[in-house]
Design a protein around this ligand. Structure first.
Ligand SMILES: C[S@@+](CC[C@H](N)C(=O)[O-])C[C@H]1O[C@@H](n2cnc3c(N)ncnc32)[C@H](O)[C@@H]1O
Length: 336
């Protein structure tokens, strides 16, 4: 069973680091966090789940979205009720950057409110404020022992709860584990350090004389050898791994940096590489968060039980695994 994530033990620098990693991710503009699996907004079973949930709302309902990111659920809601309908408030630890809001008509935009820098464990709302609390791959990232009572506090007694939660045996968790292994491999290998050493040599290629000198420069030859060896190790791994996409993307990025060094010089190319390494470190944090937050069957049953008992004896609840293209994708939990 997966245990609650205890964010009370996150010291402030760790929390700030996670906030920054997610903020930088949302700042790159994705609508949701599983962009490699769903190019547009969620479709299939996950989209159907949310459409049914939102179709059951009254026109004046207020909805709270926990860990909302750039608002894929708000987008489904607004697509369903473009003119008038329920109001949506999203909270997130990070500061989302939902650029799609700018395209909305005023009547729709005013029904959507993002509140960045807000923890699920400390919701800044009065008791009984919301008719529906939703979360898609969000609430499980929080300390459930603290966020679950907060959710119940802000939910109206007649309110409903609908969650899509990471499933420990799902495709996103499997892919995340693979990518974490690749990131560990990269940090053990000297590939990116060797790439950085190569950049000043690439920057010389535009200068005919410097280029000629490079041919007989033993340091350049040694740097080249080390880079080729590290690249060879990566290629071996790419050939033997089921999902090598992250490694392939890193190789492509490094080749882009070499081209940038030739055309713009060493400094901007080195800056790009440094920025990219920071993004890889952000990815590592986000992937670790994802894998740690996923719930196995015992974990989701315990969460369901908690919400049901907080709701009282008359609570209705349903729980099932959602599949997309025959792959388990998450848990769908409803409590009303
Ligand atoms: C996997 S993303 C999901 C975002 C969005 N719901 C979606 O479906 O694309 C998880 C989000 O939860 C947020 N998060 C993590 N811990 C949180 C917490 N304790 N309170 C509020 N939000 C949190 C992260 O900042 C991140 O934006």
């Amino acid at each position: 069973m997966t245990s609650d994530r205890d964010t009370s033990t996150d010291d402030s620098s760790q929390l700030a680091r996670r906030r920054l990693a997610w903020t930088r991710f949302w700042g790159q503009g994705p609508l949701h966090s599983l962009g490699t699996s769903f190019a547009g907004n969620y479709a299939d079973a996950i989209g159907t789940f949310w459409q049914a949930e939102f179709a059951a709302c009254g026109p004046r309902d207020s909805i709270l979205d926990i860990g909302c990111g750039n608002g894929p659920l708000a987008k489904i809601l607004i697509d369903l009720y473009p003119e008038e309908g329920p109001e949506w408030t999203g909270i997130d630890l990070s500061n989302p950057r939902p650029t799609w809001i700018a395209q909305l008509a005023e009547s729709a935009a005013k029904r959507v409110q993002f509140r960045g820098g807000v923890l699920a464990e400390e919701l800044p709302f009065e008791a009984s404020s919301f008719d529906l609390v939703v979360s898609q791959f969000g609430i499980e990232y929080s300390d459930l022992a603290r966020s679950q009572p907060e959710v119940m506090r802000v939910l109206k007694p007649s309110g409903r709860l609908a969650l899509v939660v990471h499933h420990a045996q799902s495709l996103p968790v499997y892919v995340s584990r693979q990518e974490l292994r690749h990131l560990e491999f990269l940090s053990r290998s000297d590939f990116l350090e060797n790439a950085a050493t190569m950049i000043p040599y690439f920057a010389l290629l535009n200068d005919v004389e410097a280029r000629a000198r490079l041919q007989s420069d033993p340091q350049a030859a040694e740097a080249r050898q080390r880079f080729d060896a590290a690249q060879g190790e990566i290629q071996k791994r790419v050939a033997s791994e089921p999902i090598p996409d992250l490694l392939t993307a890193v190789q492509i990025f490094v080749q882009d940096c070499f081209r940038a060094a030739v055309s713009a010089g060493a400094t901007p190319a080195l800056d790009r590489l440094t920025g990219y390494r920071a993004l890889l470190e952000d990815s590592r944090l986000r992937l670790e968060d994802l894998v740690r937050s996923a719930l196995d069957e015992a974990g989701i049953l315990a969460l369901q039980e908690r919400f049901k008992s907080a709701k009282g004896r008359a609570a209705h609840s349903s729980l099932n695994a959602l599949s997309v293209n025959d792959q388990v994708f998450g848990w769908a939990l409803r409590v009303s």
